[in-house]
Write a protein that binds this ligand. Structure first.
Ligand code: TRP
Ligand code: ZN
Length: 483
């Protein structure tokens, strides 16, 4: 089917837009206040020097509160218990990081919860809460590896933004939780450097009532252990992951596991209300992942698959190794989209939100490539349909220019996809497809920028492509059609 290019967000009639700023104002909840506790040493002991304070944002110009400066996270170990009936989440986050400057204090992003204790390298550290910033006081040398552990508990308070993406983050449901965090909702369930430019490995030790399944990224480490009416799932994501792709989706699920025909391990899970979709979710996810390896290069992760939950989000998110579909049976177009993100967005992640088209434009183009592969219309036809039906908005707002209050706007998806088709038309299939594979190989598990993609496209093709990219990504005007 064509003419449905913005499928992931628009399929369910959701208006695309998203305020990714740290502006969860109004959502300032009880847990968000400052929490003085006995183990928090007195303020007089603090050494506060602006020069050695990690910044409260990582430096994304349009999203100044997101992420933090002064350190790099290498690993998150989350040990959390969730009680669906009371919506209580509690436990600890133990974070391995490395200082990138001399530090006297640094921040983590955390929204809500009561923090009961913080240690740095095993020693109690003083801390403060200011809005969604958790400030931790500790003297660290530039380059020092350190371990920070945060004990916290409370009721998760997802980001609410009715004018755009609805809610995102840790969203309690009747039988568990639906956890989708793009762009900055990780802070609604664990303290983190909540920005895609800081990738880390993860492990998750998740305890829920017996009968409930807790699904996180990567692979299950061993058989879940049952004790006193509770069950603990241990998941491990051993490849770098951005915070917004982390999940601990929980609830009643039916699960099917196995290997794709191409030999990639598959984990598929459906809420009982979608049990009739389990086999098609499993089969299509397996088949599409295998096909993408022939187009984009080796699968970057240890598992593929997907989760269908009954929370009526109406959208999907490309959670690493396990895209999640919120309240609908996914068709192959959206599965193709979310699985393409495993390469574009997940293995290769953006450094700044302004480059979001590198995720969404590529995933949209992947939908067109999937249709072409399936004989349901060529990418050229999809391009023509998109071009003909594009709104004035799409021509007015180019995908390479950020709209911070409407981050996931249709241009990022549709005109981003059209930009890739224009590139393919210009340089030809014999250069375009090797370019895609070289792009994913050169930056596997890394962070990327639009400039790097343009450079590689020019190098691969031997052509000057500034005008093409200018017209499709940066100019507020309708480019001429191609093909
Ligand atoms: N990246 C999603 C997609 O596949 C869209 C999206 C953005 C999203 N933010 C989200 C989905 C939050 C769920 C929750 O196009
Ligand atoms: Zn997408």
């Amino acid at each position: 089917m064509r003419g449905r290019q913005v499928v992931s967000l628009l399929a369910a009639g959701l208006t695309v837009a998203c305020s990714a700023s740290n502006s969860a104002t109004g959502a300032d909840n009880a847990g968000g206040r400052e929490v003085p506790i006995a183990s928090n040493p007195p303020a007089a002991a603090r050494s506060v020097s602006a020069a050695t304070a990690g910044t409260t944002g990582i430096g994304d110009p349009y999203f100044p509160g997101d992420g933090n400066g002064g350190y790099d996270v290498t690993h998150y170990a989350l040990a959390l218990a969730y009680e669906p009936r009371s919506k209580h989440l509690g436990g600890s986050a133990t974070i391995d990081a490395k200082a990138t400057q001399e530090l006297s204090q640094f921040n983590l992003d955390l929204h809500g919860f009561t923090v009961s204790a913080v240690t740095v390298n095993g020693r109690p550290a003083q801390f403060e809460r200011h809005g969604d910033e958790l400030t931790i006081f500790s003297d660290l040398r530039d380059g020092a590896a350190f371990k920070v552990a945060v004990a916290y508990a409370g009721t998760p308070d997802p980001v609410q933004n009715s004018s755009n993406l609805g809610s995102y983050g840790f969203i309690p449901t009747t039988d568990g939780a639906f956890v989708t965090c793009e762009p900055n909702g990780a802070k609604t369930w664990f303290p983190s450097n909540d920005h895609p430019s800081d990738k880390a490995t993860f492990d998750f030790t998740l305890t829920v009532p017996e009968g409930v399944t807790a699904i996180a990224n990567g692979e299950l480490a061993g058989t879940p252990q049952t004790k006193d009416g509770k069950i603990t799932f241990v998941w491990r994501e051993s490849n770098p992951m951005v915070t917004y792709l982390a999940t601990m989706t929980t609830g009643k699920f039916q699960v099917r596991t196995g290997d794709s025909p191409g030999g990639i391990p598959v984990y598929a899970a459906t809420d009982p209300r979608f049990s009739k979709s389990l086999n098609s979710l499993y089969d299509q996810s397996a088949r599409i992942t295998d096909y993408w390896t022939t187009v984009f290069g080796p699968y970057p992760f240890k598992y593929t698959g997907g989760v269908v939950d009954d929370f009526a989000a109406g959208y999907a998110l490309e959670n690493q190794t396990k895209p999640i579909y919120g309240g609908f049976e996914p068709d192959e177009g959206i599965i193709a989209h979310e699985l393409a993100h495993q390469w574009f967005g997940n293995s290769l992640s953006i450094n700044r939100w302004k480059d979001l088209w590198l995720n969404e434009g590529f995933a949209t183009y992947a939908e067109w490539l999937w249709s072409e592969h399936r004989g349901n219309g060529t990418a050229q036809q999809s391009f023509e349909d998109a071009y003909a039906s594009a709104t004035d908005e799409i021509w007015k707002y180019p995908p390479g220019v950020t709209r911070p209050n409407d981050l996931f706007n249709a241009s990022v998806y549709v005109r981003g996809g059209m930009a890739l088709h224009a590139l393919r038309t210009e340089i030809g299939d014999t250069k375009f497809f090797p370019l895609l594979k070289k792009w994913t190989a050169d930056h596997r598990y890394g962070n990327v920028t639009t400039e790097q993609f343009i450079d590689l496209a020019e190098k691969t093709s031997g052509e000057q492509l500034d005008d093409l990219f200018d017209a499709w990504l940066f100019k507020p005007a309708k480019p001429a059609s191609v093909g």
